[in-house]
Design a protein around this ligand. Structure first.
Ligand code: PCA
Length: 207
């Protein structure tokens, strides 16, 4: 049975919750699909998140790695296409580390492309009425670092990253959000389509 490793992140930047952890936990709790789903919440730490992801990949030998995190301020689910070899943190992580202009992996390629069927997943999300798009930057904080790491931690596996907006129940005052149940649905859709074939869209991405 194919194994899918699904991760979210814990809270950071003064927040008490992170909607990615909530969505991942909820999807794992209700999962009734044909694959083996391994779910975990990673700490918002450059060093520990990447190390833990590598550990999980060694232990479970996943066929797909889907990492998720929060992009506060966004209004749509973002299926990331490219991870860059860069740590450039605006704020310290959970360990107080704030790397600036450092590579995620010394000597690694400048960037790695997601190996999930990004366009297919975006279309499935949109068909389900969930605001979503393909994104060309996961930033340069811990999410991008985990995304970059995921693309080498499980050789042969499909891997990628999905940024979620705040959920209604976790959003700070005035922040844009989608209903919690929509984020759960979004993550479940990504899980359900992770092994699909990619599809070509006429004209490429609109940007
Ligand atoms: N979002 C941050 C780190 C953890 C999270 O959920 C990011 O986008 O890098």
């Amino acid at each position: 049975m194919p194994v899918i490793l699904l991760t979210g992140f814990g809270p950071f930047d003064g927040a008490t919750r992170n909607p990615s952890a909530d969505a991942v936990e909820a999807v794992a709790a209700g999962y009734d699909g044909p694959h083996t789903l391994v779910a975990e919440t990673l700490p918002v730490s450059f060093a520990r998140s990447a190390a833990r992801l590598r550990e999980l990949a060694e232990e479970h030998r996943p066929d797909a790695v889907i990492a998720t995190g929060l992009a506060g301020g966004s209004t749509r689910v973002a299926v990331e296409r490219v991870a860059v070899n860069l740590m450039d943190a605006r704020i310290p992580d959970d360990d107080g580390a704030q790397p600036v202009d450092r590579p995620s992996e010394e000597g690694g390629p400048a960037a790695r492309f997601a190996t999930l069927p990004v366009k297919r997943i975006v279309r499935e999300l949109q068909d389900a009425g969930i605001p979503s798009h393909a994104s060309l930057s996961a930033g340069s904080y811990v999410c991008n670092h985990v995304f970059y790491t995921a693309l080498s931690a499980a050789p042969g596996a499909r891997a990628g990253f999905v940024h979620l907006p705040w959920s209604t129940s976790t959003a700070p005052d005035g922040a844009t959000a989608l209903p919690d149940v929509e984020l759960l649905r979004a993550v479940r859709i990504v899980v359900d389509h992770v092994f699909d074939d990619e599809e070509r869209t006429a004209g490429g991405s609109i940007w």
